[in-house]
Design a protein around this ligand. Structure first.
Ligand code: ADP
Ligand code: NI
Length: 220
């Protein structure tokens, strides 16, 4: 099969699978990650088809919305790629990227480790979508979905981010900035990702400053 046809089939498949997904994790998130991955690829070396397939399939079944099952997404991706007669090596690489890309998995110290340039590119693109203006929108969207408070001056952000704490956190959404969003800039893998993250990071800092100003009623 031609590469363009394979990418188009994957786009169609993912769009259909995600038609009922919540706002922060819908097809448009995938499309942004796909486009940002291709942008990063212009400045970094990497296998284009693997990057594109992994970007498209990386959130095919988010464990947060599937009872915590982390194996479902990789399984669905593997089966789909088999149905497209993708060669085994490419299939295995894409599945490995999906398995190891999440922030939570990247924190795991003892688990099996896998990395590749292609993973680093897609992971950077995914992280970029969690920061900046879009990242802020996604965080509040997620918080609303979970019925969280926007901010509560009495609940200090939890900076001790353990795997357990991350999963169970019911803290206000502003806390999520300190637990994750403001840490992402330092976690960028590629020079291009780092560069793109700078501006988005600064935007979040400005946003927080304005947020507290307004909260405290001193905007004059
Ligand atoms: P992805 O799968 O795209 O890497 P996640 O599944 O970790 O990202 O989260 C999806 C979106 O929801 C991100 O923008 C993330 O910042 C946001 N999010 C995740 N957990 C929280 C939380 N506790 N509070 C607010 N936003 C959250
Ligand atoms: Ni994602």
């Amino acid at each position: 099969m031609k590469k363009n046809q394979l990418v188009q089939n994957t786009i169609d498949f993912v769009k259909d699978e995600l038609k009922n997904a919540e706002g922060g994790h819908d097809w448009f998130h995938i499309e942004r990650v796909f486009n940002t991955s291709k942008l990063i690829l212009k400045h970094e070396q990497g296998n284009s088809i693997i990057v594109q397939l992994a970007a498209l399939l990386h959130d095919i079944a988010d464990p947060k919305f599937h009872g915590g099952d982390e194996s479902l997404g990789p399984k669905i991706a593997e089966k789909f790629l088999e149905s497209q007669s993708v060669d085994e090596e490419t299939n295995a690489h894409v599945v490995n990227i999906i398995k190891h890309m999440s922030f939570k998995n990247s924190l795991e110290q003892n688990g099996e480790k896998f990395t590749s340039k292609e993973l680093q590119i897609v992971q950077d693109a995914d992280r970029l979508d969690a920061i900046g203006a879009i990242g802020i929108a996604r965080a509040f969207n997620y918080g609303g979905f979970k019925n969280r408070e926007l901010y509560n001056p009495e609940i200090a952000p939890n900076l001790n981010m353990t795997k357990e704490g991350y999963k169970k956190s019911t803290a206000p959404t502003i806390n999520h900035f300190y637990e994750k969003l403001l840490l992402l800039k330092e976690k960028m893998n590629t020079p291009t990702g780092k560069k793109l993250a700078e501006q988005r990071h600064q935007f979040m800092l400005n946003y927080l400053e304005q947020f507290y100003k307004e909260w405290n009623g001193d905007t004059e």
